[in-house]
Design a protein around this ligand. Structure first.
Ligand code: FES
Ligand code: MG
Length: 592
């Protein structure tokens, strides 16, 4: 009577609990407590798949809170398709509010989800995503466990409006911060503009890290097509939740696990999509982390191969508009169509629909050319991340799509030396030091300076802080100089419009080159070759090593200590290195 799953033994994982062959006492124990909220033993012993809903929404996760409502539609989809659902909470990750940084929680949420997916009777999982790190954390865990998984984004907020202008998440903060420092607005006006950018439930409405990572999930083939861009309050969001619930039941029967979907081609597609979208620089460590848990190695060359991909989406921070228009213009499938036409996406990559990515998006070309351009007539050439290296670090990236014409003119247009800039380093040890000293007249900061921040990487912060988009001193802002070149071993917000050199690895705290830089040194940046060096002799650098690694703050919690002991660097995804030993553990059944 009942359908059999396409698993190697023709059984669901959960049957090892609820039928527990040869262990009726254990089966009874596993079953009985679910009765206390009304499930029947017949349901749990019916051979139907048990589908987890990894609930990432809560009052502490406002960006994902819509999932508390959406879960009802997911459940209805699961039931209609013949599954049984069990919803459980994820460790909250709220990008803007978690101190010292939400980055320290990506690996914690990953690790706890691995334990849940492995240790409980679950056959498949719906990953509810939204805020920046909730997407990679969920995908990393489902991939490590290798259990059928589908991503349901909660969707962005509606577009924000203030004083007749579009105001986007994050971008409004960076702009208002500059206006406040220049004395153009009051503190009250700052708060008013910031709050106007958040008009409804949902995650950031710009192409910041949240929208980028949900678009990445869709490009990896882990969401239903069109899922990521639907604004949270739209009716299509509830419909997508229902369809996602239905599809995951089929995936459980098909035993369609991440290992059957995620290949090197999927990750190269994700890198290409990030370039075309003008996506967040945070995509770099997250894509690498997901790839490594999937057993795929990405190299600096893989990122550079996407450098030539142009910007085709007109969305803040690289462009003009916000999430609602992106969805109406066709969302991520319309981006895929353009990249496929240009041969910049591998259309044969597998997806959770059971079809290829090219089959999924057939006929979904945009009708809004103001929002989504063609590769032939883009908004900007070369929107990928430029990879840099030199004696300051082995790896760092720069999002050249946010270099303004004014910045390019001032720093990168010296006749005969286009793309080359030399400046005097002003070095800060962490963001507290930056805030204390940036307006110190003794530093004598002018437009020929490069602001450098260290002690802000995975070990130094800990977690790696979004601090590299440092604002120039107030005196320069008043003169109309809104950005200086910046370098750091931390990250920056995906919504920042600053052309920083960031994610520098290895970081200062583990003895990377930034540790030996001193204020007053000259740094040369060449964006033609990707070279970035301090013009300091090797002998002098050796001498400076006697001073030791610049101090960074102590751990304040046990998790911070564990995190620091296990984390790698940003260029390798800042994953817990020992976690890579544990792959495809769904098949390794835990003991009774
Ligand atoms: Fe949560 Fe941007 S702060 S999505
Ligand atoms: Mg962010």
């Amino acid at each position: 009577m009942s359908r059999k799953p396409a698993t190697p033994n023709g059984r669901f994982r959960s049957q090892e609990w609820f039928e527990a062959p040869g262990h009726i006492d254990m089966a009874a124990l596993y079953l009985e407590r679910f009765m206390n909220y009304g499930i029947t033993p017949q349901e749990l012993r019916s051979g139907r798949p048990i589908i987890g809903i990894a609930q990432s929404g809560s009052d502490l996760s406002p960006c994902n809170r819509i999932h508390l409502d959406l879960a009802q539609r997911v459940r209805e989809g699961i039931r209609d398709a013949g599954g049984i659902c069990m919803e459980f909470p994820c460790h909250p990750i709220f990008e803007n509010c978690r101190r010292p940084t939400a980055a320290v929680d990506r690996n914690l949420s990953f690790m706890t989800l691995v334990e849940i997916l492995h240790g409980y009777p679950l056959d498949a999982v719906v990953l509810t995503t939204g805020c920046d790190k909730t997407t990679p954390a969920g995908i990393m865990a489902a991939t490590a466990v290798d259990i059928p998984a589908i991503v349901l984004s909660g969707g962005p907020m509606l577009d924000g409006w203030h004083d007749g202008d579009l105001v986007g998440s994050g971008t409004v903060i960076w702009r208002s911060r500059r206006k406040l420092a220049a004395g153009e607005i009051t503190e009250d006006e700052f708060l008013e503009a910031a709050c106007a950018s958040a008009p409804s439930a949902g995650h950031c409405n710009t192409m910041g890290t949240a929208s980028t990572m949900n678009a990445v999930a869709e490009t990896l083939g882990l969401s239903l097509p069109g899922c990521s861009a639907i604004p949270a309050p739209y009716r299509e969001r509830g419909q997508m939740a229902y369809e996602t619930g239905r599809r995951i039941v089929e995936m459980a029967y098909e035993d369609l696990k991440p290992s059957k979907i995620l290949t090197k081609a999927s990750f190269l597609n994700a890198i290409a999509a990030v370039a075309a979208l003008g996506g967040s620089t945070n995509a770099q460590p997250h894509i690498v982390a997901m790839a490594r848990h999937a057993g795929v190695e990405l190299t600096p060359e893989d990122w550079m191969a996407a450098y030539d991909i142009p910007l085709i989406l007109n969305m803040q921070p690289a462009g003009k508009y916000l999430g609602e228009r992106f969805h109406r213009a066709g969302g991520v499938p319309a981006i895929h169509v353009e990249l496929l036409k240009a041969g910049m996406l591998d259309g044969t990559a597998a997806t959770i629909t059971g079809k290829t990515i090219a089959e999924n998006v057939e006929g979904r070309e945009t009708r809004d050319r103001e929002m989504i351009r063609t590769v032939a007539e883009p908004l900007m050439e070369r929107a990928g991340f430029l990879v840099l290296k030199g004696n300051l670090f082995d790896f760092a990236i720069m999002k050249t799509s946010v270099i303004s014409p004014e910045f390019r003119q001032r720093y990168l247009s010296e006749p005969g030396r286009e793309g080359v800039f030399e400046g005097r380093a002003i070095v800060f040890d962490g963001s507290t030091d930056y805030h204390e000293r940036i307006n110190d007249p003794a530093l004598n900061i002018d437009e020929h300076c490069i602001l450098v921040i260290r002690g802000s990487g995975p070990v130094g912060w800990p977690g790696s802080a979004e601090v590299v988009n440092m604002q120039p001193p107030d005196a320069l802002l008043k003169k109309g100089i809104t950005s200086l070149p910046t370098i750091g071993d931390g990250r920056q917000s995906g919504t920042a419009d600053s052309p920083s050199i960031l994610n520098a690895s290895p970081e200062s705290a583990v003895g990377g080159g930034l540790a030996w830089l001193r204020t007053g040194d000259t740094i040369r940046i060449d964006i033609n070759t990707g070279a970035c060096d301090m013009l300091v002799s090797a002998e002098e650098i050796e001498k400076r090593k006697a001073d030791g690694i610049p101090a960074y703050p102590e751990s304040m919690t046990m998790w911070q200590e564990i995190y620091r002991q296990t984390v790698g660097q940003l260029h390798t995804g800042a994953v817990m290195e020992p976690a890579l030993k544990y792959t495809k553990i769904a098949d390794k059944m835990p003991r009774h």
